[in-house]
Design a protein around this ligand. Structure first.
Ligand code: PLP
Length: 386
């Protein structure tokens, strides 16, 4: 039900500094790129923040028991995964979280494996931390992006120590199923890899036939070699409140991780912590309404792209991102072409897969419809010209 929350309400974002709308300020380009949403945060989160702002002192504030309880109960409710309070390591963000994982596992010059296309900071994290990146592409099998298992097995060598996994996956939108996760966990076991699983999009499952399963919840062996990263920031649209956490059941791995953070990683800020408590404890009705709205937007993107000459896409099982294949269009620079047509998309090249664009459909339906109209018109006009 979307009746309580109005996701159609236009909110003028260009009056505030910000990445998404700031990039095209003063130009008639609709920003459907960076992964934040054009929707107001849940009223329960704004109320919690307003209440905290009534107190005028913002001193150092470590996480408190009710916050930890809310996160643990939310993860148990949504993913049937029961975590212990001392498995939690609080972070100011997910990107710091997987950079620290690179630093915490293995030695200088060791390898980190990931599969492309992928959220671009995955590709730079190994090099930032004196590790080497090894990657192989996911493959499109019919309408589904899948692991290329022989290529992945072959790419992992004796110096590979860490696998960076993104599940649900940005940008292809897959929610990996138990069989795929079992294969990944088995591979990690056989090759003695640590898994760092970025699950930031786990609250954004659109396809109810594919519930999210944290890889660490598969079994005790998988839990013992996994660093799971989660945050409320995508689901509840508050990335600039900077609050995330790692869940590390194994005490030795947790010690190594905390050791790698020393002197480098700050605690999350108090407003982020306040918002996190409210999100996990009281934010579910808003989240469910959001998912309904996003499903409607996703369906519009799927049918619009199907009618665009030279473009194709796959329905994301999760996230508000559509990964669009433009290779058959013959466009040399698809993101540049659509930007010139008035739609700002993310270019696939930094994700390790040129020829694709990523479209963020977490905007009002009227913005989305206008963007899709511009894309279609530009492609049709180009076809007519040639
Ligand atoms: C898979 C993934 N991880 C991490 C992030 C960013 O996390 P943070 O802003 O907490 O560093 C994003 C943002 O789009 C993402 O899609």
């Amino acid at each position: 039900m979307t009746t309580h929350f109005n996701f159609d309400l236009p909110i003028e974002r260009s009056t505030q500094p910000g990445e998404k709308w700031g990039r095209y300020k003063g130009r008639d380009i609709l920003p459907l790129w960076v992964a934040d949403m054009d929707f107001a945060v849940a009223p329960v989160i704004r109320e919690a923040l307003a209440k905290r702002l009534e107190h005028p002192v913002f001193g150092y504030t470590p996480p408190w028991p009710e916050l930890v309880d809310a996160v643990i109960a939310g993860i148990a409710r949504d993913h049937d995964w029961h975590i212990e309070p001392d498995w939690l390591v609080w972070l100011p963000g997910m990107v710091s979280g997987f950079n620290i994982a690179c630093r915490a596992v293995g030695d200088s010059g060791d390898e980190v494996f990931t599969a492309t296309p992928i959220y671009p900071p995955f590709l730079t994290a190994p090099g930032n931390n004196d590790r080497r990146l090894v990657s192989r592409p996911l493959v499109l099998q019919g309408a589904r992006w899948e692991w290329d298992r022989p290529a992945t097995e072959a790419a992992i060598g004796p110096r590979t120590r860490l696998m960076l996994l993104c599940n649900p996956h940005n940008p292809v939108g897959r929610v990996f199923d138990d069989e795929e996760l079992g294969w990944l966990a088995g591979l990690a076991e056989r090759r003695d890899l640590v898994i760092c699983s970025d699950e930031i999009h786990c609250g954004l499952v659109l396809d109810q036939a594919h519930p999210h399963r944290p890889i660490a919840s598969l079994n005790a062996a998988a839990a013992a070699r996994t660093i799971t990263l989660m945050a409320p920031s995508k689901t509840w649209n508050m990335p600039a409140l900077y609050c995330a956490f790692a869940i590390i059941p194994d005490p030795g791995l947790r010690r190594a991780y905390v050791h790698a953070m020393r002197g480098l990683v700050s605690a999350p800020n108090v407003l982020g912590l306040v918002a996190t408590e409210a999100a996990y404890r009281d934010g579910n009705p808003w989240r469910l309404a959001l998912l309904d709205y996003l499903r409607g937007n996703c369906a519009r993107v799927m049918s619009a792209v199907a009618a665009m000459p030279g473009l194709s896409t796959t329905a994301p099982e999760a996230t508000y991102l559509a990964w669009i294949d433009c290779r058959a269009s013959g466009l040399a620079d698809p993101a540049g072409f659509f930007e010139a047509a008035g739609v700002g998309l993310s270019d696939g090249a930094p994700f390790g897969m040129p020829g694709f664009v990523r479209l963020n459909f977490a905007c009002t339906r009227s913005t989305l419809d206008e963007a899709l109209r511009r894309m279609k018109n530009a492609l049709t006009a180009r076809q007519t010209e040639s």
